[in-house]
Design a protein around this ligand. Structure first.
Ligand SMILES: Cc1cc2nc3c(=O)[nH]c(=O)nc-3n(C[C@H](O)[C@H](O)[C@H](O)COP(=O)(O)O)c2cc1C
Length: 355
């Protein structure tokens, strides 16, 4: 049983905060499928939340039945973070989370995110101010350290616990690793052994095997899953079934298609126009397509679509092809080509990528 103070997180699996992904629509999708014990908002800049900026207040919004929910904020100024923490509490968050993991240059330049890993005294001022500002449970999400020469998650975790932080998530990568680096869960185990608050393990947990490994190798209290949940939104249901010793739910091609399309349709209603919605669809496709056979074909189909309708048609055709193959009938998959560039228009910035 995982508890952050009196908040029960059952199953002990948490959807990671992911900017540009884990908005209320994505979180709804994950909650409908089930198996996730806690959802977290995308990170929200403390200054904007403290100012009451409408766009960011909307980012902090959640469904009435979304429980428990953590609101994550980031920033560098203790007073501003404390004020944003109050706003998050007033919005009804069950847990307040501080981001000490974001590697982005922009965030680190302003001394927020993972750059706090370089400066424990400053991080301490922030944590102390936030702790004093709210009554709700308070957690911190951090990386293993700044770089290979500064893997100081244990010191940071001890400081956090001393200041009243009630739960920690540790991503095994340092800031310098960004999304690469050599998998090393040892640092998470060290943190687990150093503090008595619950510690969640994070980083490349994508299926039952990696979940079992993370529990066994770190002794963590729970797992946080990010990209694995975009690739396979059923990952929580599958891991939690495994933890209970139950049969692992399998997902048919028809179900994958239905979920992708209904999620896209839900996304569409949240954007002002289809251009924005299509951009988000492409972002999701980058990960989701890794969970289906011939995923690169589906990825190019979505990436090179110029309208939402075209994307839908291509998705339908792609899944039809997969079903034909499944039924033993011949089918040739063809990768979509980039659309011709229109004169006077900027070339598309996105590409199917490989990650
Ligand atoms: C698209 C994207 C956006 C992210 N945004 C956030 C964020 O807003 N806050 C945060 O703490 N971490 C953020 N992360 C990091 C994830 O929460 C997580 O720590 C990281 O992806 C490693 O876990 P994973 O291997 O399960 O994805 C983001 C990651 C991705 C891929």
């Amino acid at each position: 049983m995982l508890r952050i103070r009196d908040i029960e997180i059952d199953p002990k699996l948490v959807l990671a905060p992911m900017e540009g992904v884990t908005d209320v629509t994505f979180r709804r999708l994950i909650r409908q499928i089930g198996g996730c014990g806690l959802t977290v908002t995308e990170f929200i800049p403390a200054a904007s939340l403290a100012r009451g900026d409408v766009k960011f207040l909307r980012m902090a919004a959640f469904d009435p039945d979304e429980s428990p929910i953590a609101i994550q904020i980031y920033g560098a100024d203790p007073a501003v973070l404390a004020e944003a923490a109050r706003v998050a509490e007033a919005k009804g968050a069950h847990i307040l989370d501080l981001n000490m993991g974001c590697p982005s240059k922009q965030v680190c330049k302003n001394s927020g995110g993972s750059s706090l890993m370089k400066d424990i005294p400053h991080a301490q001022r922030i944590v102390r101010a936030m702790r004093a500002a709210v009554r709700i449970p308070f957690t911190v999400k951090m990386r293993a350290g700044w770089d290979a020469s500064m893997r100081n998650a244990v010191d940071m975790a001890r400081m956090c616990e001393d200041e009243g932080v009630e739960g920690l998530t540790v991503h095994w990568r340092t800031r310098a690793d960004r999304y690469g680096g050599e998998r090393d869960l040892g640092i998470i185990r060290e943190v687990v052994e150093a503090v008595s608050v619950p510690v969640l393990a994070n980083g490349d947990i994508v299926d039952i095997e990696s979940a079992r490994e993370a529990f066994a190798e770190t002794g963590c209290a729970g797992l946080m899953i990010g990209r694995g949940a975009i690739r396979n939104p059923w990952v929580f249901a599958q891991i939690s079934a495994d933890m209970r010793g139950e049969e692992i739910p399998t997902v048919s091609l028809a179900e994958r298609e239905r979920v992708l399309l209904s999620y896209y349709e839900a996304l569409r209603t949240t954007f002002k126009n289809d251009h924005g919605a299509l951009g988000r669809m492409k972002k999701i496709a980058r990960y989701f397509t890794r969970g289906v056979p011939e995923g690169d074909v589906l990825r190019s189909a979505i990436f090179y679509s110029t309208t939402v309708e075209q994307a839908y048609e291509r998705i339908a055709e792609f899944f039809h092809g997969l079903r034909e193959v499944e039924a033993g009938r011949p089918w040739t998959f063809t990768r979509a080509a980039p659309p011709p560039r229109r004169r006077g228009r900027q070339p598309q910035r996105t590409s199917p990528g490989t990650s």
